[in-house]
Design a protein around this ligand. Structure first.
Ligand SMILES: [Zn+2]
Length: 55
């Protein structure tokens, strides 16, 4: 599954979401930090596997 990078316009944090294409089409991504739906996907920043694990 692809991993999408997002940034939250409310708390200005970035986060990653692993979504199926179907889930991605639903556009219900919410910020895990503040719960806001006011998030924006970072352009050209999706990839199948992440190596920069921050958690
Ligand atoms: Zn947020």
């Amino acid at each position: 599954m692809p991993v999408y990078d997002y940034h939250c316009k409310d708390c200005r944090k970035t986060f990653e979401q692993t979504l199926t294409l179907h889930e991605h089409d639903q556009s219900q991504t919410r910020c895990p930090h503040c719960g806001s739906k006011n998030v924006e996907q970072d352009a050209a920043a999706f990839y199948a596997v992440t190596s920069k694990k921050s958690a």
